[in-house]
Design a protein around this ligand. Structure first.
Ligand code: 5GP
Ligand code: MN
Length: 334
């Protein structure tokens, strides 16, 4: 993988560009993809953002989201556009299987593949150019660096600024995680000086749910949460029946894993949701518990040190029993 800087001189020559990201894109994935799109179109490129799957309602406000192709909804059109691409940008993921059913389509492409990502253990051999930096708060921060590094800061318009800010807010837990280093605050100051109106972005991200979602959160915290004080751990296991009863849609479970972190002394929070295709795990930790290593070792997953995800094809009951068993094994780390 050659350094990302090597594509800077090539930016001014118009190309067919596809930008893609991980399945069920969150604020950072969608924000970075759209920010890059709004930047690149200013050079005359033809740019399409492709999402492997659908996405949460609370990213639907992002400028340009209406033009994003959902691969699962329009496979033929997506394939056509991918086959025509000169460049493929892969943002906020670093190994093709994070794009689910899009994986095989991406693997067989012969166009130039460019990685911009902040997760651990990238599959660098699959990309021609790129940057992988786990010290970055978000892929949106890396898109900002990309724009500044290319010498085209003047192209940070309102759309670019809003999308970048949304992803930074999303991935830093609204600036609370240690990943919100000084450079992140400088970035925000720069976006503000360029006219960013940050308040509405928070509202559109966090005050944008329906009543049923809040009632679902209440129900789950009351009935589905187990606290293991001996392991400083909280487990929430959400059965399919809850998702059906409260008509839970993509994105409605975002943030659920954060609530138990407000309990004094809790070091690890684990959330498992009984999805149709798999049991999806989310892990959040404080201090020195490595969620990435834990998710990789036991739940076919990964991510960051204090936030990771994983999966299981076992039943909810079985995967919960397995979690309780590995919790014991990890007792001295908790
Ligand atoms: P979340 O719990 O919000 O789904 O994910 C937390 C972090 O872990 C995110 O950065 C996400 O991209 C990453 N992540 C989630 N699931 C997986 C997975 O199955 N594999 C890997 N490598 N990373 C994941
Ligand atoms: Mn991210």
């Amino acid at each position: 993988m050659k350094p990302i800087q090597e594509i800077f001189p090539l930016l001014t020559q118009p190309r067919n560009i596809v930008i893609t990201t991980h399945q069920k894109p969150d604020a950072d994935a969608m924000g970075s993809s759209l920010a890059l799109r709004h930047f690149l179109v200013q050079f005359g490129h033809t740019v399409t953002v492709v999402s492997p799957t659908n996405w949460a309602g609370w990213v639907n406000w992002m400028p340009g989201v209406k033009e994003v192709l959902d691969y699962e909804m329009d496979k033929q059109k997506t394939k056509r556009i991918l086959d025509n691409a000169d460049w493929l940008f892969c943002l906020d993921f670093n190994i093709f299987h994070r794009t689910k059913t899009l994986t095989e389509e991406l693997k067989q492409l012969t166009c130039t593949k460019i990685l911009i990502d902040h997760h651990q253990e990238p599959d660098a051999a699959s990309f021609d150019y790129g940057i992988s930096d786990t010290t970055k708060s978000s892929t949106c921060e890396m898109i900002y660096d990309f724009i500044i590094g290319s010498g085209h800061a003047d192209k940070i318009n309102e759309e670019v600024g809003e999308c970048i800010y949304a992803g930074v807010v999303g991935d830093t837990g609204s600036f609370r995680f240690s990943s919100a280093h000084a450079g992140v605050h400088s970035l925000v100051a720069d976006l503000k000086s360029r006219g960013l109106n940050h308040g509405p972005v928070h509202e559109k991200l966090f005050d944008n749910f329906l009543e049923n979602r809040l009632r679902f959160v209440g129900h789950v915290l009351l009935h589905r949460m187990e606290v293991f004080y001996e392991y400083n751990t909280v487990l929430i296991a959400v059965p399919k029946s809850d998702l059906q009863k409260y008509q839970i849609k993509t994105g409605d479970t975002e943030g659920l894993v954060n609530f138990p972190q407000s309990i004094q002394g809790i070091k690890l929070v684990a959330l498992v949701i009984d999805r149709d295709e798999e049991r999806k795990w989310s892990f959040r930790s404080k201090d020195d518990f490595d969620c990435n290593a834990f998710a990789r070792k036991y739940f076919e997953g990964g991510g960051h040190f204090n936030a990771a995800g994983g999966r299981s094809s076992d039943s909810l009951e079985k995967t919960v029993a397995y979690f309780k068993q590995v919790l014991k094994e990890n007792e001295n780390l908790l």
